[in-house]
Design a binder for this molecule. Structure first.
Ligand code: HEC
Ligand code: HEC
Length: 272
């Protein structure tokens, strides 16, 4: 009995800060914003020719931000690569003071941290309201068990994605719908037309999710027509549908969605 009580007290102590963080604005890592800004300025003057604007698209060098594995990930490894260059490659020594290189490292960090750990400008509570009301995001997305199934579950978006990924998801059209989210229309042998999201297919069958959340399975041999739509159902014009501050609020709310963090803390994992 005593053990259970102590266990609950400990659990409460660990869970509370996590919940406070999910509800409030304080972020886990909070990089010094000034260093990030200065590092960004230096980066844009000297590194974009090879690594692209905001480190997103490498032209002659690799992208420094985004969802990939990096060869160098610690601050010291980054510092060394930038200060000394990488021998035998195109990567030159920066020719900058160590103090300035440190700021550039901080900036690169800010590009890589997940949204949960990045500084946010918006208001989380207002963003939550926009998510369910004006933005109508809940028609297609689930958060914490509530919402529609057309799009991916966003309950862990802040812990999985970077800030720039989330921003782009809302404002940039993808060249093609990602796997599992392609709209498709089929016409059955009886002439019935059914539209939905393609969830699975092989040479013999095809599974699609209808707007009413029903999963339908079709035998390919019995279909008259299958038409693939090249456009994702995810609207990409929220920078026009929402005011700039509303978009920031919405992003702040998305950045707080982090179930794995909370669960890990509930299990007593000290890692933030
Ligand atoms: C002339 C082109 C060029 C310029 C300018 C340049 N880089 Fe690079 N950089 C590269 C190349 C190429 C690589 C990949 C080297 C390799 O193959 O390991 C690289 C690698 C890196 C890496 C390691 C990436 C990883 O995944 O390990 C970092 C960090 C980096 N550059 C930062 C910078 C910064 C910061 C600047 C500006 C101060 C800069 N680079 C300027 C070409 C360039
Ligand atoms: C008509 C349905 C629909 C609506 C409305 C919608 N989405 Fe989406 N969303 C999708 C689909 C489908 C995807 C997956 C395909 C893609 O990424 O293009 C997606 C992808 C996303 C992603 C990327 C998720 C990831 O990790 O890959 C984010 C973030 C997102 N939506 C947020 C939102 C927000 C916020 C709103 C409201 C402002 C919203 N969506 C409104 C259907 C929708």
């Amino acid at each position: 009995m005593r053990g259970i009580v102590i266990g609950l007290v400990v659990l409460g102590a660990v869970v509370l800060p996590a919940q406070r963080r999910r509800a409030g604005q304080a972020s886990g890592l909070s990089l010094p914003e000034e260093a990030v800004a200065e590092g960004r300025k230096v980066y844009n003057q000297t590194c974009t020719v090879c690594h692209g604007v905001d480190g997103t698209l490498g032209d002659r060098g690799p992208a420094l931000a985004g969802n990939r594995r990096y060869l160098r990930s610690t601050d010291e490894e980054l510092l060394e690569a930038i200060r000394d260059g990488i021998p035998g490659t195109l990567m030159p020594p920066a020719g900058l003071s160590e103090e300035v290189v440190r700021k550039v490292v901080t900036y690169i960090r800010s590009l890589r941290v997940t949204a949960y750990d990045a500084p946010v400008k918006g208001d989380v509570a207002r963003g939550e309201k926009i998510f369910w009301e004006k933005g109508q995001c809940g028609q297609c997305h689930v958060i914490q068990g509530k919402g529609g199934l057309v799009g991916p579950d966003l309950s862990n978006a802040g812990a999985q994605r970077t800030m720039s990924f989330l921003r782009e998801a809302l404002t940039k059209e993808k060249p093609r719908p990602p796997r599992g989210y392609q709209p498709v229309r089929v016409v059955t042998a009886q002439g019935q037309s059914v539209t939905g999201i393609l969830k699975n297919e092989d040479s013999f069958s095809l599974q699609l999710l209808e707007a009413n959340q029903k999963l339908r399975m079709f035998d390919r041999a019995e279909l008259r027509e299958v038409v693939y739509d090249a456009k994702s159902p995810m609207p990409s014009d929220y920078d026009k549908k929402l005011a700039p501050q509303e978009l920031e609020d919405l992003l702040a709310f998305l950045s707080r969605q982090a179930v794995t963090r909370v669960r890990r803390q509930q299990l007593g994992d000290p890692q933030p």
